[in-house]
Design a protein around this ligand. Structure first.
Ligand code: ADP
Ligand code: 5GP
Length: 208
């Protein structure tokens, strides 16, 4: 069996394009898995249970918490969101890379529990463009949009706690940068399976 996999956390203000970027990157990186979160917020038009989120009631969320099923969780503009632990653990045990789209509070919990996780922050090119995107998406009620935009200003300050920052101006560029980060992180000596390769190389040497 190879080395254990690792977590990549993607955070950034609502509407910056995390979902869009993930959809662009996932098909381009082998062994990269998306962790579907649980949430108590209602689905947006077109969202599918089990693909975009596990949409649960407050009681179900409480039960998941009580059973210790969440790796991390947070309240964001009045709704709760959390990462189911089981899928992440299974993937990591198989040496896969798992990407989480979670807010800054969840990212801090992941960093504390798993210091080897890679934290990536996605920035908008401007606050005006963030506004345009969140309104352009057109899938949140006006009150939710206002709360999300006001949360954004506070969230941006958290970028200093992250390992990498990507500006989501041009989507293809942002996709290439996220892909490059993941591939480079896989090449870290601390993550690679080099001892078994070296052992094999030494074995070949003695067989000559
Ligand atoms: P998030 O997951 O961060 O809340 P979304 O992925 O839903 O954001 O994107 C919000 C809106 O911004 C969507 O309408 C999406 O098409 C648009 N968008 C995402 N990335 C870009 C980009 N690089 N340039 C222009 N529009 C973008
Ligand atoms: P949205 O409602 O726009 O899909 O997500 C709102 C915020 O919740 C985003 O910042 C998103 O990253 C975050 N989020 C989504 N899933 C999780 C999760 O499992 N845990 C935490 N902490 N945040 C999440």
């Amino acid at each position: 069996m190879g080395k254990r996999g690792f977590l990549v956390v993607l955070s950034g203000p609502s509407g910056v394009g995390k979902n869009t970027l993930l959809n662009a990157v996932l098909p381009t990186v082998e062994g990269l898995k998306y962790s579907v979160s649980a949430t108590t917020r209602p689905p947006r038009p077109g969202e599918v249970h089990g693909r975009d989120y596990f949409f649960v009631s407050d009681e179900e969320f409480d039960a998941m918490l009580e059973r210790g099923e969440l790796l991390e969780w947070a309240e964001f503009v009045g709704r709760r969101y959390g990462t189911p632990r089981r899928y992440v653990d299974q993937c990591l045990a198989q040496g896969l890379t798992v990407i989480l789209d979670i807010d800054i509070q969840g990212a801090a919990q992941v960093r504390a529990a798993m210091p080897e996780a890679v934290l990536v922050f996605l920035l908008p090119p401007s606050l005006e463009e963030l506004r345009r995107r969140i309104y352009g998406r057109g899938k949140d009620p006006e009150a939710a949009i206002v709360k999300r935009l006001s949360a954004a200003k506070h969230e941006l300050a958290a970028v200093t706690d992250y390992d990498y920052v990507i500006v989501n101006d041009d989507l293809a560029k942002a996709r290439d940068e996220l892909r490059a980060i993941i591939l480079a992180e896989r090449c870290r000596v601390s993550r690679s399976d080099y001892p078994s390769l070296i052992a094999r190389l030494n074995q070949e040497g003695t067989n000559r």
